[in-house]
Design a protein around this ligand. Structure first.
Ligand SMILES: *[C@@H]1O[C@H](CO)[C@@H](O)[C@H](O)[C@H]1NC(C)=O
Ligand SMILES: *[C@@H]1O[C@H](CO)[C@@H](O)[C@H](O)[C@H]1NC(C)=O
Ligand SMILES: CC(=O)N[C@H]1CO[C@H](CO)[C@@H](O)[C@@H]1O
Length: 770
């Protein structure tokens, strides 16, 4: 017998079995919204440029001008934040004549490398941006006129085009970080054609350019992730630019091999370089290790050493900066990701601590125990370093021994440890990789929450909260949503947040999307649904699930419980609506005896446990459906491989989440008994050629159709029509099967249900507090 849809369906059913513990737990996204879902709810909008792909390499969110600037392949774009994206500005910026040919001649890939990939977009002044591109392996910079606030113009200043060496990498994709401070561009990059010489550069101001001392191996194969100016205190003289990166260094205990470690490094903004061999070389560079690890049994730790992305959470007044960092493992054994949070105070403390010292390449590292010269290496020249008769007003006046010491001891001995000594979030066995992180600190009714947005390599964004446990240091993570921002799987490479606009700007090579941080209506129209969502942005206002704003006058009516998501407490007295309408009305569906049938139940939340109950005609109270070989519970519903007339009854699909039970669907299953059908239909003459899913393979005559309508009753005419279509038009069903591949069986199953549930729309449901 040819493998029928029935068999495929049952194999699938086997694969999708939920097993003993039907609740997938909070690390599975509670809600998954597809690309279409997001567009149709107007939650997202996408810009892919006039050619369908930007080949995006840089993004600059300019909240002062309300603009989003994008650097792509041979082009720069400007979008207005306050409007739909139908009116972009474009500047074409291909490589200079001859550069492309030269790039190809040097053996570079004409398509992937020999174009001008714009990698730097930084604010130059109130009317201009600094843009730099790879220029087909000849880095080039130019000023871009963007106009004053309110204007929407974009022009390249032809007279400003100049070499971008040291300001932009040659390669389109090599790791790179830059920041613009006081008219100068700070970059961390490999600055040579072969991509070997890694440097930290400062260029562009009236001062001579400054660079790392390449003789001294201060950086080992760095992968720069981010750069930012951070004021260490109120003294501007003390401002530093911090770099976050990973390095591959010789094994720290003198052993063979190399290991990857993550770093925070810094230089003083007022560094002017040293004397003699150190002219125009950094004299204040220091670095420290960032540790992100999970303590295991027996002191063994699992380290997440590869830095993927960093987000700086700027504090409200009076608090210090927090550094959110996303790490991955470099282990060949398993792939994991972790988010660690560092207090800036702790980073400063490590830079104030001992320097790391090694007596020789084969020796262990230890804290430097000798006398540290004055001014302390790495300290910026300021009032603090000035001494009577020795002003040390510039690093150029620093004594030789200070500069030599800094050169020989760029690494601090103590690593920086995260808050609580462990990650706030650990993700292993993920289907996707995590690439980008953005954090929003949100005030909710029961406290302040950091909502973490993680950009994946498959074009989606995960929205997560990490709850710090009361007494224990363990934190609980709740994945609120997975949002498929791009239609096709593509790694997220950029992510910026506008708290003012409550919007996330998400970039991939393809283009850029804007995504609302929240869309409370999505969670449903009942208090319990809103509460179970545990979204700090959303609360029940007495009538619907809406954006929670602290301190509004209606506060008293707000219902929200992020920590426990307990609707029994929060929604007491809020369920009258449901009681009034009574239990969800049952929809009738038909199955034929000895054939397979599928009852669909698709709860909104994937974190809910699903239970099926059966009320037999004339039987006692509903019993939980017993699943076995014949009756399977799948993620999409209940599958009967072979229906028995004893299966007839009212099936209720209920979800249980945080002790809260809801009815999703009620289906009255009627079984058409084999003897009735046998009486109506003659034996099928050629069963092999038409292996219909429903088993009723032959094309029916009009007479049989009438008979079966009589059998079922005319009252259900529309549904019966659909039913018959399914049973009697197997070829159409098979077409679907071929398209849906492995989902074929369920596609069919769904058809049964969507019929049964056309009027299922998510109106008030039975709500029971337990
Ligand atoms: C969609 O969202 C954008 C941005 O929030 C808004 O400007 C626009 O009016 C919305 N459109 C509709 C149809 O709601
Ligand atoms: C910004 O810089 C450009 C180039 O140096 C200059 O022409 C322009 O006048 C400056 N704009 C402002 C507002 O200072
Ligand atoms: C696969 C299967 O069991 N098909 C059955 C469907 O119902 C008809 C009518 O009772 C049977 O003849 C088929 O064998």
């Amino acid at each position: 017998m040819a493998p029928s849809a029935w068999a495929i369906c049952c194999m699938l059913g086997g694969l999708l079995l939920l097993g003993g513990s039907p609740s997938p737990g909070p690390s599975v996204p509670r809600l998954r919204l597809s690309y279409r879902d997001l567009l149709s709810a107007n939650r997202s909008a996408v810009f892919l440029g006039p050619r369908g792909s930007l080949d995006l390499r840089a993004m600059y969110l300019d909240e002062y001008r309300d603009r989003l600037f994008l650097g792509g392949r041979d082009a720069i774009y400007s979008l207005r934040l306050d409007q739909s994206w139908t009116d972009p500005r474009e500047v074409l910026w291909p490589p200079q004549p001859g550069q492309k040919e030269e790039c190809v001649r040097k053996g570079r890939d004409p398509l992937v490398e020999c174009a001008n990939f714009v990698r730097v977009l930084q604010p130059h002044n109130r009317t201009h941006l600094l843009a730099c591109g790879t220029g087909a392996f000849q880095p080039t910079c130019a000023l871009i006129t963007v106009g004053h606030r309110g204007e929407h113009v974009l022009h390249l200043e032809p007279s400003s085009v100049q070499s971008g060496r040291g300001r932009c990498p040659h390669e389109p994709s090599s790791p790179f970080a830059s920041t613009f401070v006081g008219g100068e561009l700070y970059t961390g990059l490999t600055a040579d054609f072969l991509g070997r010489e890694a440097m930290i550069f400062r260029t562009g101001g009236p001062r001579p350019a400054l660079r790392s001392d390449s003789d001294q191996n201060l950086l080992h194969d760095p992968r720069f992730v981010m750069a930012a100016r951070i004021a260490d205190n109120s003294d501007q003289e003390d401002d530093k630019v911090y770099f976050f990166f990973s390095e591959t260094v010789p094994s720290p205990d003198g052993g063979p091999g190399r290991v990857t470690v993550s770093r925070v490094g810094r230089v003083c903004v007022n560094d002017a370089g040293g004397q003699r061999v150190l002219v125009n070389k950094w004299s204040t560079f220091l670095k420290a290790r960032l540790v992100c690890s999970v303590p295991g049994p027996g002191g063994a730790e699992t380290h997440f050493d590869q830095l993927e992305d960093v987000f700086l959470l700027w504090p409200s007044a009076g608090k210090t900066l927090e550094v959110y960092a996303l790490f991955s493992t470099v282990s060949a054994v398993f792939q994991g990701f972790a988010v660690c949070v560092y207090h800036m105070e702790d980073i400063w403390e490590v830079f104030r601590g001992p320097f790391a010292h090694q007596d020789g390449p084969q020796h262990q590292w230890g804290p430097y125990g000798g006398k540290v010269p004055f001014p302390r290496p790495g300290v910026c020249p300021s009032k603090m370093t000035a001494q009577p008769g020795r002003p040390f007003g510039s690093t150029k006046n620093y004594p030789d021994e200070v500069l030599q010491f800094a050169r020989a001891h760029p690494l601090m001995f103590w690593p920086v440890r995260p808050q609580q000594g462990r990650p706030v979030l650990v993700k292993t066995h993920l289907a996707q990789q995590l690439r980008q992180i953005v954090v929003d600190r949100v005030e909710a009714e029961d406290g302040t929450y950091d909502v973490i947005f993680l950009g994946t390599d498959s074009g989606s964004v995960l929205k997560v909260i990490a709850l710090q446990g009361g007494a224990s240091t363990e934190s609980e993570e709740v994945v609120l949503e997975e949002l498929q921002v791009f239609k096709v799987p593509t790694p997220i490479t950029e992510m910026e947040i506008s708290v003012k606009r409550q919007m996330l700007y998400v970039g991939s090579r393809l283009g850029v999307a804007r995504l609302q941080l929240h869309h409370c209506e999505t969670y449903g129209s009942a208090c319990a649904e809103c509460c179970l969502a545990r979204d700090p942005y959303c609360a029940w206002d007495g009538a619907s699930c809406t954006r929670y704003r602290p301190g509004t006058s209606k506060r008293r009516f707000r219902r929200q419980d992020i920590r426990h998501g307990n609707p029994a407490l929060q929604c007491l007295g809020e369920s009258q609506e449901d009681e009034a309408t009574g239990p969800v009305a049952a929809t009738t569906v038909y199955g034929t005896e000895h054939n397979s049938t599928f009852l669909e139940c698709l709860p909104k939340s994937s974190q809910a446990a699903v239970h099926w109950f059966l009320q037999r005609p004339g039987g006692q109270g509903p019993d939980q459906v017993k699943t076995d070989e014949r009756v399977l519970q799948t993620e999409q519903g209940l599958l009967f491989r072979r229906l028995s007339h004893l299966d007839a009854g009212i099936y209720t699909c209920k979800t249980l989440e945080h002790g809260f039970s809801q009815t999703v669907v009620r289906l009255a299953l009627e079984v058409i008994v084999a003897t009735q059908l046998n009486g109506l239909f003659p034996r099928d003459p050629r069963p092999e050629e038409t292996p219909g899913w429903g088993g009723l393979a032959s094309t029916p005559s009009k007479a049989w159709y009438k008979d079966i309508l009589q059998l079922i009753g005319f009252a259900n005419l529309p549904r019966v029509d659909e039913y018959c279509e399914r049973v009697w038009c197997p070829s159409r069903s098979r077409g679907k099967q071929a398209k849906g591949k492995s989902w074929a069986g369920l596609e069919l199953g769904k058809k049964v249900k969507s019929r049964g549930q056309t009027e299922r729309n998510r109106t008030p449901r039975e709500v029971e507090a337990t």
